[in-house]
Design a protein around this ligand. Structure first.
Ligand code: SF4
Length: 300
């Protein structure tokens, strides 16, 4: 049995640099992080052991002169405003790709918001309530409409121009389906309304889908390691599972059941992969557990 870790899996550069920043800043003293630094409980626990304190918005409103790290997902303008009011030092680890998207949405909002004849409609294709989406909505004074899939286009007002953007971790196919559904609805209503669709999906995630599908097909059994709170993990796991039905989702090595371990030991090629929020060390632990189980079994 050969167990291989997918070389393309693991943290994207946005998450890697946020974690690096947290580790550097922890050397300077106490540091809080607004929300989980990454949607992976094990990695959060590792950094908490080094002194990182994870806080929520209620905590933020009670802090004074603390140092608070903003994670890769980014934050709405209201967070910076609260920090200023409370003398909080912001360590901004917003991913540059997310930052650029926030700027584009804000520029679009500012450019069109005074147009009384055709007030704009900024639509964000994303997961309602996701931290990145909250940060994006904040750029429009919370006026942007969030659509999770093409099934929800009934919420769009087709008498107003539509400016469509995407959360960085959504799927390219889902975005294309949404654009096609909106175009069809516009032509059905014989409306002359304008659609401006901006594909703002991060290619560091989008390219992973194809690589991951190939990886899943090249292995008989696949163990996908990801955090239960990670939307990126759910999406990527779905692609793996569609490419290879012998794919299991686990959050850590302890979740590897006897059924999974037995399936691995019967295979010649076992693949371990993960999301953009999965640390390499966690995939390595899963690999070790599978190999150890296999060695013990073969001695029996
Ligand atoms: S997925 Fe892309 S946009 Fe999101 S944090 Fe990672 S690098 Fe940045």
């Amino acid at each position: 049995m050969i167990v291989e870790i997918d070389p393309h899996s693991g943290f994207c550069f946005g998450v890697t640099s946020a974690i690096r920043k947290a580790e550097e800043e922890l050397k300077r003293g106490e540091l809080c992080c607004l929300g989980d630094i990454v949607h992976n409980g094990q990695e959060c626990a590792r950094l908490e052991e080094k002194g990182l304190r994870t806080i929520d918005y209620d905590d933020l409103r009670t802090l004074h002169h603390a140092r608070v790290l903003l994670r890769a997902h980014g934050e709405p303008p209201s967070t910076y405003w609260i920090a200023r009011q409370r003398g909080i030092e912001i360590i901004d680890a917003t991913c540059p790709v997310v930052k650029k998207l926030q700027d584009r949405i804000r520029a679009c909002y500012e450019q069109h918001r005074m147009d009384e004849t055709q007030p704009p409609q900024i639509v964000i294709y994303g997961q309602r309530g996701h931290a990145e989406v909250i940060g994006l909505q904040g750029q429009t004074n919370d006026t942007a409409l969030v659509i999770e899939s093409a099934d929800e286009i009934g919420k769009i007002d087709f008498t107003r121009p539509v400016y469509l953007f995407s959360q960085t971790t959504k799927s390219v196919e889902g975005f294309q389906q949404l654009v096609a559904a909106i175009e069809e609805a516009i032509s059905r209503q014989k409306s002359a309304v304008r659609l401006e669709a901006h594909d703002t999906i991060c290619r560091s995630v989008a390219n992973r889908v194809k690589q991951l599908e190939e990886f899943a097909r090249a292995h008989e059994v696949v163990i996908f390691v990801g955090g239960k709170k990670s939307s990126n993990a759910k999406v990527l796991y779905g692609h793996c599972r569609a490419a290879n039905e012998h794919t299991w989702f686990v959050s850590n090595e302890e979740e590897l059941t006897n059924e999974m371990l037995a399936a691995c030991s019967e295979a010649e090629h076992v693949g371990i992969c993960g999301a953009t929020s999965t640390p390499l060390w966690l995939m390595e632990r899963c690999k070790k557990r599978i190999e150890k189980w296999n060695t013990t079994k073969s001695k029996q």
